[in-house]
Design a protein around this ligand. Structure first.
Ligand code: VG1
Ligand code: CO
Length: 543
């Protein structure tokens, strides 16, 4: 019998987080662990018989093995076709694009994104629905419920599929199509941006450096920046996806992309630097001697998007996650378009994009994207910046200065306290929630507190309600401090503290961020007793 039904026991720890199920590789290597989760995904879906499933991952350790499992289970469960990236590779935005382009039923994206990879590090599985975006909460809740009840999974016992040769084969009556992971995505980018103008800018001496962090964007960046846009070989650094990302943490921030940062701050820095994360959906933007915070980047991209052909007719709206700074709000106000504030995680943008309410979305965690796919998209953000630079013919630093002079500046930082004890993290958040009602009207180093709440979001398209999405302390002058626990970590808990202060166009727009935020950083400590609960006297990462 080609299809086997295998008896299994539920695992109790398969609740998807902010972006899919993420666990240590060793956890995924337990018997039936990946199979249980994949079967639970299929069990919670309906009417996919005869449909197409897209599968691919960021190339991390275990990627190929789990892709073989997914293909054999898709065949055993009745999918008609699986599309898989050659070598098992698909960046998250490229997977989203393929789902949309082929009208697939959905897709499984294998990645733990910015988390490190390797036998002792992290792996992940995320299900994306037919619009190409991450499954909404009602789907992930159903998947989780199923993982707690599952007693068998279905899998074909056919031989492994050759993932390295582009072409079509059969597996138990199901078609397996191995596709070039880059081509369709690169073609899509050419429809959105003025490649001719960017190519001319590069030919005219504009220099750039892209750090793929030994993760999935290497092949995409080489094709787009070096081959299609004519940047010299070597523009893309760390361009080969490695199962352990070269022992690095593929998180494009100032700590983990320090090489790029140092290059961009050096005397002979290139004009433009960028990096992306494990699965290619994040972006770090650094101009020559000018770091751009992700929140500012979202605002600048929104304010200038009309300069790129794909957005020439303007934006319908902007959406940002709640902890992302309000810089984009000021742009939306000036453009006269709506601004949506959602909980953290790209899954909350899908409905807004589908409904045509928002065109551009972003998160403070270095995610920016648009309605071209239903995921955040690192290379897209880089290309939009390049298109804007090619049209405006100004430096990144000048564009930032001009932006702040027009809109004022939202000074912003995120402090992460990583790998703290889960009970301590829960106690900190519990204590904070317990005192929310008493805070308004009181004062501390940050000034007078105007309001304090636990963010809740009602989706304007389907009225679904998401509660407990982060504690907000809002001050009278518009400053704020936000606290939430990460939903992507695999070790203990991570506390994220988001700190923001707005300075208007008449104020000092050239302060050091740490100086501008010092009173609010003190206020965060006073309100939440971070040192006491975390037993850490400083954050592990500041971005
Ligand atoms: C983090 C970020 C969030 C992002 C998520 C997935 O989640 O804060 O903005 O959407 O990662 O990004 P959390 O729950 O750890 O704060 V990725 O590139 O890891 O898919
Ligand atoms: Co990612």
């Amino acid at each position: 019998m080609p299809v086997q039904t295998v008896a299994t026991q539920p695992y109790t720890d398969q609740k998807p987080g902010t972006s899919g199920l993420r666990k240590k590789v060793k956890v995924f290597q337990q018997p039936g662990y990946a199979e249980n989760f994949v079967q639970s995904v299929f069990d919670s879906l309906e009417n996919f018989e005869g449909e197409t499933l897209v599968v691919g991952g960021d190339g991390r350790y275990l990627n190929r093995e789990v892709i073989q499992i997914v293909i054999k289970m898709a065949a055993a469960n009745g999918f008609c076709r699986v599309l898989v990236g050659q070598g098992g590779i698909l960046s998250t935005p490229a997977a989203s694009n393929l789902i949309r382009q082929y009208g697939a039923f959905g897709g499984l994206v294998l990645s733990a994104s910015h988390n490190p990879g390797g036998p002792d590090e992290d792996f992940g599985i995320k299900y994306n629905v037919g619009n190409g975006g991450p499954a909404p909460e009602k789907v992930t809740d159903a998947i989780h419920a199923r993982t707690l009840a599952i007693d068998s999974y279905r899998i074909s016992d056919a031989a492994d599929v050759d993932l390295d040769t582009v072409g079509t084969s059969e597996l138990d009556g199901m078609t397996v199509e191995v596709v070039d992971p880059v081509a369709a995505y690169a073609d899509l980018m050419e429809t959105l941006f003025d490649f001719g103008a960017i190519r001319a800018m590069i030919a005219g001496g504009f220099t750039l450096s892209f750090d793929a962090m030994s993760a999935v964007t290497g092949p995409y960046a080489a094709e787009i920046f070096e081959r299609r846009l004519g940047a010299p070989a070597g523009t893309v650094q760390n361009g080969t996806p490695l199962p352990d990302f070269g022992h690095h943490h593929p998180d494009p921030n100032l700590v983990h992309a320090k090489d790029l940062y140092d290059r961009m701050m050096a005397a002979n820095a290139p004009d433009f630097g960028a990096a992306s994360d494990g699965d290619g959906d994040r972006n770090l933007i650094i101009g020559r001697h000018a770091y751009v915070t992700p929140s500012d980047s979202l605002a600048v991209l929104a304010a200038n998007a009309h300069l790129a052909p794909g957005y020439a007719s303007g934006l319908k709206g902007i959406a940002r996650s709640m902890p992302t700074s309000g810089a984009a709000d000021r742009v939306a106000e000036k453009l006269g378009i709506p601004l949506f504030e959602t909980p953290t995680g790209w899954k909350f943008f899908g409905n807004l994009l589908d409904a045509g309410l928002a065109t551009i979305c972003g998160e403070e965690s270095a995610g920016t994207g648009s309605d071209h796919v239903r995921e955040k998209d690192g290379i897209w953000a880089v290309l939009l910046w390049l298109n804007i630079l090619a049209v405006r013919k100004e430096s990144v630093a000048d564009i930032m200065a001009d932006h702040w002079a027009t809109y004022g500046r939202n000074y912003y930082a995120r402090h992460d306290y990583e790998a703290i004890a889960k009970d301590k993290a829960d106690a900190l958040m519990g204590a904070l929630r317990g005192k929310l009602g008493a805070l308004p009207g009181t004062g501390n180093s940050g000034g007078t507190i105007k309001a304090a709440d636990d963010f809740a979001y009602t989706d304007p398209t389907d009225q679904s309600l998401s509660r407990n999405q982060g504690v907000r302390i809002l001050f009278e002058d518009g400053s704020r401090v936000v606290f939430r626990l990460s939903g992507t970590g695999t070790e203990g808990a991570t506390l994220r503290v988001y700190i923001e202060r707005y300075v208007g166009t008449e104020g000092d727009l050239a302060m050091e961020t740490a100086t501008a935020l010092a009173p609010l950083i003190a206020a965060a400590e006073e309100v939440a007793e971070i040192k006491g609960y975390t037993e850490m006297d400083r954050p592990s990462v500041i971005t």
